[in-house]
Design a protein around this ligand. Structure first.
Ligand code: EAX
Length: 327
């Protein structure tokens, strides 16, 4: 009897100590983003978190912080670089402050074929661009999607490029975006996303530009009447991880699991964006927005000088390569 009791206690002890050993091994990472809790970023990251949990047998736990809780995009990029945050998903545009290699994506109307552009971003060219972050202590895991950016404003319907003259437009902090809107005769006002809704509400700016999914989930329709389906920039979303976390905290097996889950989630998130877009124009109309469909060819022509202005900084070859890859 005593022996049996001893055996039970011994087994219990073993189970408990193994359990706490596993608990000690458990890896928790925080990921911060600036967009709404029902956005494509949040959904994609939630998908990623649940895959990671499942494939790692519960060893890797990802905690997601939406709505700029961990700071603006500039803040979270710096946080990942310094290791105060493990991961973030951000538009490529604010990365211009850290490396010039992402600038090619900021050129207006450069992305014309989503599928082919995905292949280019997922291939060696995309990898080369992502790897320019390594010296900044950042690992670029993959290129997800924010989306084609559309223009909204509170003043008037926008159809022709000339309609932009004199409008004060909030932009991300990016020299090509600013240059593009200057070329159109607008007043560009760079500002972090977290301040945008209030700025629109208080009419500090007349308008802004973002993908439909953000216009909808951030409720910009409450403070913006006019929506123009310009699709003038394509914003890739870059998944960034702190390099020390990546190289020192994760085992080889865990890194492999991480990469597999990331690839699956990237595809899932891109498809989610494409699916959402199908209904969003109607959803925004139902919320009271008036929608115009500008002639993109005219807009592309109007912003041509931007290519000349920035091609030296970006590199003619890479611009041509991205264009050719979509033919
Ligand atoms: O990365 O700031 C913006 O307008 C972006 O679209 C947003 O931060 C998502």
């Amino acid at each position: 009897m005593k022996k049996a009791l001893f055996a039970v206690v011994a087994v219990l002890f073993l189970v408990l100590s193994l359990g706490s050993a596993f608990a000690a091994d458990k890896i928790v990472l925080r990921v911060g983003h600036t967009i709404a809790p029902d956005s494509h970023y949040q959904k994609g990251l939630e998908h990623f978190a649940s895959l990671l949990k499942e494939k790692s047998g519960g060893q890797i736990e990802m905690q997601i912080f939406h709505s700029s809780q961990l700071g603006s995009e500039r803040d979270v990029i710096e946080g990942v670089s310094m290791g105060t945050i493990e991961m973030t998903l951000v538009s490529s545009a604010p990365l211009a402050n850290f490396t010039s290699s992402f600038l090619v994506f900021d050129l207006p109307f450069i992305i014309v074929n989503r599928e082919k552009a995905y292949a280019w971003m997922d291939g060696p060219q995309g990898r080369k661009i992502l790897d320019t972050l390594t010296p900044k202590n950042i690992i670029g895991l993959g290129i997800w999607e924010n989306g084609f950016r559309m223009l909204t404003n509170s003043q008037k319907p926008v159809v022709a490029p000339e309609d932009m003259k004199g409008l004060k437009i909030r932009l991300m902090e990016n020299p090509i975006h600013v240059g593009t809107f200057k070329t159109l005769g607008a007043y560009p006002t760079p500002m972090p996303f977290g301040e945008l809704f209030t700025a629109l509400q208080q009419k500090i700016v007349d308008g802004q530009e973002n993908p439909l999914v953000i216009i909808y989930t951030s409720k910009f329709f409450e403070v913006q009447k006019h929506l123009a389906l310009t699709g003038h920039f394509y914003a890739p979303a870059i998944l960034l991880v702190n390099r020390d976390f990546w190289e020192k905290k994760l085992s080889d097996d865990q890194r492999k699991i991480f990469q597999e889950c990331e690839l699956a989630s990237r595809k899932w998130e891109r498809q989610y964006c494409i699916d959402m877009e199908k209904t969003l124009v109607n959803d925004l109309k139902a919320k009271g927005m008036e929608v115009s469909t500008p002639d993109k060819a005219k807009w592309a022509e109007a912003v041509q000088p931007v290519y000349k202005e920035f091609e030296g900084k970006i590199g003619k070859e890479i611009i041509q390569d991205l264009i050719n890859a979509q033919k």
